[in-house]
Design a protein. Structure first.
Length: 201
C-alpha cells in the first residue's frame, strides 16, 4: 500500500515534489513553507492542499520515493556483480557508482538522513530508517560474501560497511557537477584508497 501511495501520483503532485525537493535542499525543511512551494510550482496554496495536506506529507513522500529507488538500484547493482568474473575493485566501483549516482539525484534524501529526519514523527521516521537499513543490510551482506570468498581480508564488517557508505554520503555537501572531478572519478578513487591504502610501498 505504501508503494502505491507515492508512485501513482497526479502529474501536479510530482511537480510539487520536485520543487519541494529543491527548496528543502536549498533552505532546509524547517525554513521552507507551503507558500514558497506553491509559488515555485505556479499554483495556489489551496491547490497545494488538494495534493498534500501539509509539508510533512511532502517530506515523507519524498523520503519514500527516494529511499525505495535507491534501495532497488543498489539491489540491481549487487545482483549483476554477484558471481561475476569482474575483479573485486571493478565490482565495488560499479556498485558504489550506481548507489552514488542514484542518491545524488535525491540529494535532499541524504541530507534528511544526516540532519532533518528528526522533523518527521516517530512512526514515519522509523519507516524511513527501515528503508535505509534495508539498503545497508544488502550491501553488508555483499561485503560479507566477499570476505567469505577470500576476496577481502577479515575485518569488522560493520565498520567496513559504514565507512564505505560514509565516504560517498558526504558528496552531497562538497561535490559540484560543474567541476572537473566526475562522480565516476570520485568513486574510483574511494574504492582504490579503501582497497590499497595511501602508503606508498
Amino acid at each position: 500500500m505504501r508503494h502505491k501511495d507515492h508512485t501513482q501520483l497526479h502529474e501536479t503532485a510530482q511537480v510539487i515534489l520536485r520543487e519541494a525537493h529543491e527548496l528543502f535542499f536549498e533552505k532546509g525543511y524547517e525554513k521552507a513553507s507551503m507558500r514558497e512551494i506553491a509559488e515555485r510550482v505556479g499554483i495556489s496554496k489551496a491547490a497545494m492542499y488538494h495534493h498534500f495536506e501539509n509539508k510533512e506529507k511532502i517530506l515523507y513522500t519524498l523520503c519514500l520515493q527516494a529511499g525505495e529507488i535507491i534501495t532497488a538500484n543498489m539491489h540491481k547493482a549487487i545482483s549483476r556483480n554477484e558471481g561475476s568474473s569482474a575483479s573485486t575493485q571493478a565490482q565495488l566501483t560499479d556498485i558504489l557508482l550506481e548507489y552514488t549516482t542514484t542518491y545524488l539525484k535525491f540529494k535532499n534524501y541524504v541530507k534528511i538522513l544526516l540532519h532533518d529526519v528528526e522533523s518527521l514523527p516517530v512512526d514515519k521516521r522509523k519507516i524511513v530508517r527501515d528503508i535505509e537499513k534495508t539498503n545497508l543490510h544488502q550491501f553488508r551482506a555483499y561485503l560479507h560474501n566477499l570476505i567469505n570468498q577470500g576476496r577481502l581480508r577479515q575485518c569488522n564488517l560493520t565498520v567496513l560497511t559504514f565507512s564505505l557508505f560514509s565516504a560517498v554520503h558526504w558528496l552531497y555537501f562538497w561535490y559540484r557537477p560543474e567541476r572537473p572531478l566526475s562522480v565516476k572519478d570520485i568513486v574510483e578513487n574511494i574504492v582504490d584508497i579503501f582497497l590499497h591504502g595511501v602508503i606508498a610501498e
